[in-house]
Design a protein around this ligand. Structure first.
Ligand code: C2E
Ligand code: MG
Ligand code: MG
Length: 727
């Protein structure tokens, strides 16, 4: 090979070297090129060859590349042992060469010559041939520029390899994380359309990448969150670049499940939005576990009712609610009578059956928000909340629930193969806010329950003896009231109503109960009870019928022909759908002139349901009946509704009349009521007028109708008629 032939070879080699970026192909290709252009037939390359110390010794080197038909190829990448001379010295005499080559384990006979080309500081190339090739120039000298170029390329490729391997490792690692992550990962483009999901995503949602690619994640929305939820989520993502929270999504099979989702924005260095990444984990199991733990910790496993721990928590809550609202609450402590006998004779399974049934019945007796708990054994506790602010009423309410519970629990039980009868003993204690301690309330209720047991079981006892007595008296009164009508114990009293010239123009009828033992009971004592029990309906009808009958009787007498009667109507009565019919029938049956009948309503009736009130009043007015607004000024006195009501008269409440002469405030109120009535074209009457001073004051201000002790107290009919004659 001459000098001119060498240049294209060098060029080819340089191009080969320059085109590689990784060490291994660089070495192999360079070696291939060298063998192609020379008459050598095989060769190998070792890098990082350390200088030999012993001429005849053996050196351990690393075989980095080998080309040709010889066994070293199998050794690439491994350390091998070679004669020092083959690696470290340039070619020597022919016999010497032969000796060296024979030292190469696998090629003793095939190769007769070799050429050693050092690659600067990097290593060495050894070319092997069967014959010594002929060249004009020593090849080593010719190849020198290429070898130093190769050395540089090796350095570059090595660092390239190093950084590539770091990147590859990193990429592999990230891919593994992505693939093996237990959390679902979803990547979208900057528009929020899915471009990548991992296997966990598919496992959790049921969707493969193909099924969701290009779609918006909203395709998995469960419908459990409103627009506001998503609006806030996106405002967090756009403002902070991040959102994290619990979200309900829908799997491919339609199942809705809870997951903990975190969404992040991915931006490039310039801040341009590239992706959104959503990582989430299915928290169904966690939620179930939480619920299970909660169930175990706070509920009785037999009846599924709250246990003592939850009871205490609920009671504490009830205390603080009561402190704020001023309303009473009650604790009912229940124990089943003779439960032990059932357990002993029929076995625990039967006992358990009874407890489960009792739990069900108890739950059905209370309102939502009330608590029924099982303390253990056959002891149950019920917490009633939001009872009245007054203790009397609250006690009555608690008593009503306790009665209901007693009735329910006393019904027969069907237990596996027999009918069982059971009764409870119930202790009741009222509480309001934090006035008593929690332990005390439970202790008192327990004590009251024992008192109930001592009193003969199947009994309700209040802890407070005063309250217990009141409840008993009330129960008695209620029982008596049920018979008051049939036993003819109710009477109407008549209180005269006067005009400004002291001429009677009518009366208000006021109910009295003449009790055989208690004597005369005023309406304030029994009307609330009648309203609660519904007895007001038949009683109210009786009042109406009696008043109308009286009007009819009066119609035939000169003196009484034009007298009007005002009848008080209670809310329960007025609200009945057949109230208008009742009045109409009563008028027809009695033959009373409707124009003489005046119905007194209170503000609370009206406010309860303004529309219903107006329509009923209109119907009755068509019959000729008139209306008065009783106790005016004590309610909300909203002029708004007053304007809409077809009223005839306003009755100034006696509480304003009482101090009219001394309290400028009351005087002002009364004056305003009168002026307002005038504007609205309504009549005014003042009730509770007791003194001449009050009468004069009212008269001067324009109120010309009066009712009060000054003119006459409510009296029985006979007395009233005598009074009339005396006028
Ligand atoms: P009301 O309709 O405001 O009746 C006026 C009350 O004031 C009557 O009390 C009457 O006796 C009393 N009163 C009258 N003049 C004076 C006075 O000069 N000074 C004082 N201090 N009081 C006077 P009563 O009869 O005890 O009735 C109380 C309330 O019971 C009535 O208030 C009414 O709301 C209700 N009521 C009475 N009868 C019936 C009825 O038949 N049905 C219904 N639903 N409620 C009735
Ligand atoms: Mg009245
Ligand atoms: Mg009144």
């Amino acid at each position: 090979m001459g000098r001119d032939d060498v240049l294209p070879v060098l060029y080819d080699l340089v191009v080969t070297i320059g085109s590689e970026i990784s060490v291994k192909p660089l070495l192999t290709r360079t070696l291939q090129r060298l063998l192609y252009h020379t008459s050598f037939s095989a060769g190998f390359i070792c890098l990082d060859v350390s200088p030999c110390e012993h001429e005849g010794g053996v050196v351990e080197v690393h075989l980095d590349a080998a080309v040709g038909d010889f066994d070293l190829i199998g050794e690439i990448g491994k350390p091998i042992h070679l004669p020092c001379a083959l690696i470290c010295r340039s070619a020597g005499r022919e016999d010497e060469q032969a000796a060296l080559l024979s030292a190469l384990r696998c090629t003793q006979t095939q190769y007769k010559a070799y050429l050693r080309l050092p690659i600067d500081q990097c290593g060495v190339i050894v070319l092997l041939a069967a014959e010594i090739p002929e060249t004009d120039l020593p090849l080593t000298t010719m190849l020198q520029p290429v070898l130093s170029h190769l050395a540089k390329a090796i350095v570059l490729c090595r660092s390239n390899d190093a950084s590539t391997s770091v990147l590859v490792k990193q990429r592999d690692m990230l891919e593994q994380v992505f693939e093996s992550s237990y959390s679902s990962v979803m990547i979208t483009d900057d528009q929020g359309n899915i471009i990548e999901v991992n296997p966990a995503f598919t496992r959790i949602t049921g969707y493969t990448l193909e099924e969701v690619r290009g779609r918006n994640p909203h395709c998995m929305a469960s419908g459990r969150h409103d627009k506001q939820f998503y609006r806030e989520m996106w405002s967090d993502i756009t403002e902070a670049g991040h959102w994290e929270g619990e979200i309900w999504n829908r799997r491919k099979d339609g199942e809705v499940f809870p997951s903990w989702l975190s969404i992040n924005q991915i931006r490039d260095k310039s801040g341009k939005l590239l992706h959104y990444v959503g990582t989430s984990s299915d928290i169904t199991k966690r939620k179930e576990a939480e619920a299970q733990i909660h169930q175990l910790a706070f509920y009785d496993h037999l009846t599924q009712l709250p246990n003592r721990r939850l009871l205490v928590e609920r009671l504490q809550q009830a205390f603080s609610v009561g402190t704020r609202s001023g309303q009473h609450g009650a604790v009912l402590f229940l124990d089943l009578d003779n439960f032990k006998t059932l357990n002993d004779t029929k076995g625990h399974d039967t006992g358990d059956q009874l407890l489960v049934e009792v739990a069900k019945r108890l739950d059905a007796c209370v309102r939502e928000g009330d608590t029924v708990a099982r303390l253990g054994g056959d002891e149950f506790v019920v917490i009633l909340e939001s009872l009245s602010t007054t203790s009397d009423e609250a006690a009555a309410q608690a008593d009503m629930v306790a009665e209901k519970i007693r009735d329910e629990l006393s019904r027969p039980y069907q237990l596996s193969n027999h009918i069982h009868y059971s009764t409870p003993s119930i202790g009741v204690v009222l509480f309001r806010g934090n006035l008593q301690s929690l332990d005390d309330v439970l202790k008192y209720a327990d004590t009251a329950m024992y008192q109930a047991k001592t009193a003969g079981r199947n009994t309700i006892r209040f802890y407070d003896p005063v309250m217990q007595a009141a409840i008993e008296a009330r129960a008695e009164l209620e029982e008596d009231l049920r018979h008051a009508l049939e036993r003819d114990q109710l009477r109407l009293y008549y209180q005269v109503q006067m005009d400004s010239r002291r001429r009677p123009f009518g009366a208000e009828v006021l109910l009295r109960w003449i009790h055989p033992e208690r004597g005369l009971i005023p309406p304030a004592k029994f009307i609330p009870l009648a309203e609660e029990t519904g007895l007001i309906v038949p009683i109210g009808l009786w009042v109406l019928q009696t008043a109308c009958a009286q009007l009819r009787l009066w119609q035939s007498k000169e003196l009484t022909r034009d007298l009007t009667l005002a009848v008080n109507v209670s809310a329960k009565q007025f609200r009945r759908p057949d109230f208008v019919k009742q009045v109409q029938r009563t008028l027809v049956e009695s033959g009373a002139r409707p124009a003489l009948l005046k119905l007194e309503l209170t503000e609370s009736i009206v406010l309860e349901n303004v529309e219903d009130t107006i329509s009923k009043m209109r119907e009755l007015k068509l019959l000729g009946v008139s209306f008065s607004m009783d106790d005016f000024g004590t309610g909300y006195s909203s002029l708004q509704y007053l304007k809409r009501l077809p009223l005839d008269q306003i009755k100034i409440d006696q509480s304003f009349v009482r101090d009219i002469a001394s309290d400028p405030n009351d005087a002002a109120i009364v004056q305003t009521i009168i002026a307002m009535s005038e504007v609205m074209g309504l009549l005014v009457i003042a009730e509770g007028v007791e003194t001449e001073e009050q009468r004069e004051f009212l008269d001067l201000r324009g109120c010309h109708a009066f009712q009060g002790y000054l003119f006459g107290k409510p009296v029985p009919l006979e007395e009233f008629e005598v009074q009339l004659k005396g006028q």
